[in-house]
Design a protein around this ligand. Structure first.
Ligand code: AMP
Length: 398
């Protein structure tokens, strides 16, 4: 069955058409600047040329209409008609406590997603617009919602509650939820597969290090802790997000810089992380790596701060699980950054980790990068959130 995977943001929409039997991507692309001047669709059939077309997209319905037209067009399309698309899988950022797994989209599910809008005001409404547009254009095609938060719903209370008055949890559901769940779930299962071990017997730490970054502790096949919180701002130092800070900094900076709390939080989201730590040098690790080579003190500071935080979280998750069998790196930085992996693992001598540097320098495949003597396995697994969404969708529609 062909599954259309949609990841809908407020002004952009990423899509992939995946054959759920062969698990191959048949075509993919991106709509940008939806509702803004200069809208553009990029479309690439597998093995074919990438096409970029600038065309008006006043709303998401028009964007999805263009996606469907690209997939079915006579020349570069990959299916003859929409009948060859068996289901649509939507990435939904926040499922709150309502969704512990993926769900077939019904009117009740849409209402329940709307009720989580408060928890992700930038993302969930955009995800819902994508659902609505598909409903209009493909009214009989089944759709599935796959939540970024669902995998983390197995966390125990002591891991998800904040040390604040319990009534805020009762009244507003203020608690830690975690994100990137689709990736953490996909990658942790892959670790067991690569090691040839039973998923339910392993203690795994997944480091999803991309522009947004999070870590999870997966014990016996269940997530027991993760670094992101009520929102994706908590946890690791990221590309532009601060991760953990003393909450009192918000009031302190608001007073010093004459900003509102909202403005400070915007700085914490958009101007912090390695971008902020590097004094504005870059949020991109390729630039930081180039900076390291030139002994740039801004790049060194950002890189050290980032890796220290990753190692510190790994240490705390070893404690949370009372041990660890495998640590896995994934996402843009995790998959492509041998320097980051070295910096992090250098701090983990107590786990008896020995990296094989030749393997650490390889890219683009599932790999155990440790020597046979290493007491803890360290792996690099390329994440594939779209495939994970397609799998969940196919499983529910079948
Ligand atoms: P993601 O959010 O998973 O797409 O990751 C994006 C980030 O991965 C970029 O901002 C870069 O910092 C990082 N990245 C991508 N390619 C490389 C590379 N070849 N070397 C180091 N970092 C990379």
């Amino acid at each position: 069955m062909n599954i259309l995977v949609i990841n809908c943001g407020s002004s952009s929409l990423k899509f992939q058409l995946i054959d759920s039997e062969s698990e191959k991507c048949i075509a993919k692309g991106l709509c940008e600047r939806i509702g803004i001047e200069g809208s553009m669709i990029t479309y690439a059939p597998e093995g074919g040329e990438k096409e970029k077309t600038t065309t008006p997209m006043p709303d998401h319905t028009e964007a999805i209409r263009l996606v469907l037209a690209a997939l079915t067009n006579d020349k570069t399309g990959v299916v003859k008609s929409l009948d060859e698309i068996g289901a649509v899988g939507h990435r939904i950022v926040h499922g709150g406590e309502k969704f512990t797994s993926s769900a077939i989209i019904t009117d009740e599910v849409i209402e329940a997603i709307k009720e989580c809008n408060d928890l992700a005001p930038l993302h969930n409404p955009a995800n819902l617009i994508g659902i609505d547009a598909c409903k209009t254009l493909m009214p009989t095609t089944p759709m599935v919602a796959v939540f970024d938060t669902a995998f983390h719903q197995t966390m125990p209370e002591e891991a998800y509650l904040y040390g604040i008055p319990y009534e805020y949890y009762e009244k507003y559901k203020v608690r830690r939820y975690g994100f990137h769940g689709t990736s953490h779930s996909y990658v942790s299962k892959k670790v067991a597969e690569v090691l040839g071990k039973n998923y339910e017997d392993l203690k795994i730490i997944v480091c999803h290090l991309g522009n947004g970054a999070s870590i999870s502790a997966v014990k016996n096949g269940k997530c027991v802790d993760t670094s992101m919180g009520l929102t994706p701002l908590e946890g690791l130092i990221m590309g532009t997000r601060s991760g953990d800070i003393d909450p009192a900094i918000i009031e302190f900076l608001a007073n010093k810089e004459s900003m509102t709390a909202q403005e400070v939080v915007s700085v914490l989201n958009k101007k912090s992380g390695v971008l902020g730590l590097s004094n504005g040098l870059s949020s991109d690790f390729r630039d930081l790596e180039a900076g390291l080579e030139n002994n740039d003190e801004n790049a060194i500071r950002a890189m050290k701060g980032f890796c220290y935080r990753v190692a510190k979280y790994i240490g705390s998750y070893v404690a949370a699980m009372n041990g660890v069998d495998a640590i896995c790196f994934t996402a843009g930085v995790g998959e492509n950054g041998p320097i980051v992996r070295n910096f992090v693992c250098d701090r983990l001598g107590f786990l008896g980790i020995e990296l094989d540097q030749e393997l650490n320098n390889k890219r683009g495949m599932d790999l155990d990068i440790t020597t046979p003597e290493s007491k803890t396995r360290v792996l690099v697994i390329p994440t594939n959130e779209e495939l994970a969404i397609a799998r969940e969708t196919a499983a529910l529609v079948k």
